[in-house]
Write a protein that binds this ligand. Structure first.
Ligand code: HEM
Length: 428
């Protein structure tokens, strides 16, 4: 991370700058469009649209991994993909390997504390599992890095169109192929679990409390309406949607502890002396569910974040909850992480009515005690709630401000094309 995430406070450049974030917007939107198109296709049976049971976990995980693959490599798919917008076999294997790596990254391993045991045996078997999973993920990713480096060397590719191009072009510091591959794997992991885990939980909690869904829909209908899709420029006006995401991060963090840190000096925090060299682990539920800070901490209640007139944000630098953490080692992808997570929930809620499958009375909110994910993947009935044409790529409603941009661009393109044709005719 150190080399790649050259933040202003370190190496003076920032791979995840606001300018780059804006530059990558089209790719993110393509994935947000793909998300609802895919669910919509699932709901389309014979000639009509109907309610269909959706495996929410798969959908949110694929959305998160699609986004990072798209902004990193320019494509959602490693292979041929899937005509209906869903994952192909390669993407399923890739996501499975990321999940395994993340599980074991956070797992307690005896050899982390007694490293000499590694010379005797892979004590708890974690090392082999990790190596296998990393090999699988890299089997797909590394090939693309090698190919791209070659294309740029040969001059076959000169444009900068995705983050891989940016990495290869970095000059200070210049990255080797091995560095790029390692950094890409870390970014894949960093982007993947928080948005998907947070939104699966948010959906589960919201389906159990339909009033919360109603309120979220009201906000979306008021801010966006029903004849265009919610876009990233709507985010500042979607405080309730953001409160729903923030509440999911508070109550359902992605793992029991933050990534381990080591204290570099003797220090005292809240009256506790922490000697230099200590492993410091922050308990995420300990913070987010602390009854001294939060009223009724185990209840999912987005309104608790709506108290002031301020815009709701997902960060919490006071560490009353741990979403992106804070300080020098805090999350380097706050803007991308916030944008993709908010858009995920906003699109799901705007695009579909959600209910429980008929054989269930309420969503079972039991958590997996190891990683705090939902113990059982969320299954829910989705029914499209917007006009049919909005789910189809390329067709946008007449009052979508984005559409005028496209129209303006296509007019410009047509003008250029016409004048080129005129020139050609004159030459003939
Ligand atoms: C909702 C989404 C996300 C959440 C909630 C989140 C949260 C976090 C947290 C809690 C940490 C650990 C901070 C610490 O140890 O103190 C972290 C680290 C990090 N995150 Fe994120 N993250 C998200 C998305 C992303 C994305 C999209 C990226 C980049 C593409 C990213 C890149 C990183 C990096 C590079 C670090 C390590 C920073 C360092 O150690 O210097 N994260 N994130």
């Amino acid at each position: 991370m150190e080399i790649l995430l050259v933040r202003p406070d370190r190496h003076g450049r920032d791979i995840l700058s606001v300018a780059r974030h804006n530059w990558l917007q089209t790719k993110r939107i393509e994935e947000a469009d793909n998300l609802i198109r895919y669910i919509h296709n699932e709901c389309y049976v014979n000639v009509g649209r109907t309610k269909r049971v959706v495996h929410v976990r798969t959908i949110v995980q694929q959305y998160s991994s699609n986004i990072i693959r798209k902004i990193m490599f320019g494509s959602r798919y490693f292979g041929k993909g899937n005509a209906n917008g869903g994952p192909g076999a390669e993407e399923i294997e890739h996501v499975d390997s990321l999940l395994t790596i993340l599980n074991y990254l956070y797992a307690f391993s005896v050899t982390d504390y007694f490293p000499w045991l590694r010379w005797i045996t892979d004590f708890d078997g974690h090392e082999k599992i990790m190596r296998d999973a990393i090999r699988t993920a890299r089997k797909y990713q590394d090939r693309l890095v090698d190919e791209r480096i070659q294309q740029r060397k040969e001059g076959v590719r000169v444009i900068e169109d995705d983050l891989l191009d940016v990495f290869i072009n970095l000059k200070n510091p210049r990255l080797t192929a091995d560095h790029i591959k390692a950094q890409i794997l870390e970014l894949m992991l960093a982007t993947f679990d928080n948005p998907s885990n947070g939104i699966e939980w948010a959906m589960a909690e919201m389906i159990n409390q339909p009033k919360i869904i109603e309120k979220a829909i009201q906000e979306l209908d008021y801010v966006v309406g029903k004849d265009r899709l919610v876009q990233e420029y709507d985010i500042p006006n979607l405080n309730y949607i953001k409160a729903c995401v923030r509440e999911a991060f508070r109550l359902h963090p992605v793992a029991p502890f933050n990534l381990p840190h080591v204290s570099s000096v003797d220090t005292t925090v809240a009256g506790y002396f922490i000697p230099k060299g200590s492993h410091v682990l922050l308990s995420r539920p300990g913070l987010g569910r602390n009854p001294e800070v939060w009223d009724d901490p185990l209840t999912y209640n987005p309104d608790r974040h709506m108290k002031s007139d301020n815009e709701v944000v997902l960060t919490d630098h006071n560490l009353d909850m741990l979403s992106f953490s804070t300080g020098r080692r805090g999350c380097a992808g706050v803007l991308l992480g916030s944008t993709m997570t908010i858009m995920l929930l906003a699109r799901l809620i705007q695009g579909f009515n959600w209910e429980l499958p008929s054989n269930e009375l309420h969503v079972n909110l039991k958590e997996n005690l190891q990683d705090l994910s939902k113990a059982k993947p969320l299954l829910a009935l989705a029914k499209p709630r917007l006009p049919h044409q909005l789910y189809t790529p390329g067709i946008r409603a007449s009052n979508d401000p984005g559409k005028n941009k496209c129209r303006w661009r296509s007019k410009e393109r047509k003008k250029k094309k016409d004048s080129k044709e005129r020139e050609l005719k004159q030459q003939v």
